[in-house]
Design a protein around this ligand. Structure first.
Ligand code: SF4
Length: 490
């Protein structure tokens, strides 16, 4: 009652229909509706009719729609500076990552691997002892460290990759111990990730990971049969070793220190439910659903041709629907790609995921050092180099200075072309604030760093996911909406 006295009814606050449009883009969501976004990614879904009325002013818009358009900074009254200032502030927050040049440093400790995964994107080498030339040496590791610490970013993440990264654990130890000393002196915050198939895991490694709060990222493709067929190793016991090691990491370091991702092979498509159940069985609370990437053995051995983007999107949709169901039944499980995108859709934040950045995240957000000291703009650029396409090789830590490496002309030119806002088709796309550009992908698939988006699997996949998530946010029951909103990292 007291509240009623204090506030007048909404009729006392007429919405100004003399609006001006702020910079917006719109794209069809389905046959009847469009998504409108502003420069910072605030979005609204309206009917085609309402869009026409909004642009042409041919019919008055109803007050509740007008109020929402004002609050989402799609329109303003043409006088107040506040909407412009707020949008500017949000834009600054979105691109704040640019000042953290370069936060993620991936270090390939070895190309050797005990697995022979069909879709492997790297030219892994077998375990033979003659293959020690494919291990990073301590001397190269020291030069890599020098370069990492030249990056202006205050928070640095070092991610160890392979081959099987743990097969050269001595170099991992060397880098972590020395990075800790430098970080202390320079006041930097360090984070470490080991990407590993976990088969070399032992007590010494576990202790070290615990001591230095090292995060483990592994691969789990699904239940026993599927995992072992996708990821063969001698003895055909990859699944058994992986789940046993996941258990060890969970009990020794904690569930928060391990995550897994799956790669979708042609044979995975029929097993979305079984794959997710496998994650639940192993007590994991996050899954990253990934399609095959058009690099390395996935291309040379033809695995990439086993399904197209549409089929993968059907798989993704089916999996997501089951993940939401699982959450409703009380088991918290996040799909990580959706979580990255929902954060962009629902908040002013951008988590800096390399593939969804404009300008491109390659080199700006992440950079990779190969075992031999070669530096590449991204992991995918390294994979392309393995099959002879070295355009994104930026230099070598043994031969080039930091300035020469980050001043690589081909890379700078590609970054200049990678602003989605000036790319044909992206410039008119409502999903631009959530998307990015991937010059390495487009050079690999279309021999052009910008690429024709009509022909781009990158574009098709992302449009499919943006539309799916926005449709779910619009049309689902309250419980589903609440689950999806909880995946955004505010
Ligand atoms: S790549 Fe496709 S989805 Fe992304 S902004 Fe460009 S046109 Fe839109």
């Amino acid at each position: 009652m007291a509240l009623m006295k204090r506030f007048k009814s909404s009729d006392n606050f007429p919405v100004n229909s003399e609006y001006k449009l702020l910079p917006i883009r719109f794209t069809e969501l389905d046959n009847e509706r469009v998504v409108i976004t502003n420069m910072v990614g605030e979005h609204i879904v309206v009917s085609q009719d309402s869009l026409n009325s909004l642009i042409t002013r041919s019919k008055p818009l109803d007050d509740s729609l007008l109020a929402e358009l004002y609050s989402k900074h799609i329109i303003y009254d043409g006088v107040s500076q506040l909407p412009l200032k707020l949008s500017g502030l949000k834009y600054r927050t979105k691109i704040a990552r640019l000042k953290n040049f370069t936060a993620l440093h991936m270090v390939v400790t070895t190309l050797r691997c005990d697995y022979t995964c069909h879709y492997c994107q790297v030219s892994r080498q077998n375990l033979s002892s003659d293959n020690s030339q494919f291990d990073m040496t301590v001397e190269t590791a020291d030069k890599v460290l020098n370069l990492i610490f030249k990056s202006p970013a205050k928070a640095l993440k070092i991610e160890f990759q392979g081959g099987e990264s743990l097969l050269n654990f001595d170099v991992i130890k060397h880098i972590v111990l020395n990075a800790e000393i430098r970080a202390e002196t320079e006041g930097r915050n360090m984070q470490y990730v080991i990407a590993t198939n976990l088969s070399p895991l032992n007590d010494e490694i576990l202790e070290f990971c615990k001591l230095y709060r090292i995060y483990i990222s592994t691969s789990l493709d699904g239940p026993f049969k599927l995992h072992n067929r996708n990821r063969p190793r001698p003895g055909n016991n990859g699944h058994q070793l992986t789940v046993a090691a996941i258990d060890k990491v969970k009990s020794h370091i904690g569930i928060d220190h391990i995550s897994a991702l799956m790669t979708t092979s042609g044979r995975s498509l029929d097993f979305s439910k079984e794959i997710i159940d496998e994650y639940i069985k192993n007590g994991l609370h996050a899954i990253f659903l990934r399609p095959l990437s058009p690099y390395g053995f996935a291309v040379t051995k033809g695995h990439i041709n086993r399904y197209d983007t549409e089929k993968w999107l059907d798989f993704f949709k089916e999996s997501l629907s089951y993940i939401i169901e699982v959450n409703k039944q009380g088991y918290p499980l996040i799909e990580q790609y959706s979580s990255l995108i929902l954060t962009k859709i629902l908040t002013a934040r951008d988590l800096g995921y390399v593939d969804l950045q404009s300008p491109a995240g390659a080199m700006i957000s992440g950079i990779i050092y190969n075992y031999d000291g070669d530096v590449y703009a991204s992991d995918e650029a390294r994979m392309q180099a393995e099959i002879g396409h070295t355009e994104f090789r930026l230099g070598n830590v043994n031969e080039n200075t930091y300035e020469e490496i980050i001043g690589n002309e081909f890379m700078l030119d590609s970054i200049e072309k990678s602003f989605a806002i000036s790319s044909p088709q992206c410039t008119d796309c409502a999903f631009l604030p959530y998307c990015g550009s991937d010059p390495v992908y487009h050079l690999a698939t279309q021999n052009d760093v910008v690429g024709n988006k009509q022909l781009s699997g990158f574009c098709k996949k992302n449009i499919g996911i943006f539309k799916l998530l926005i449709t779910l946010l619009e049309d689902s029951d309250l419980h589903t909406k609440r689950i999806l909103k909880s995946w955004a990292r505010y």
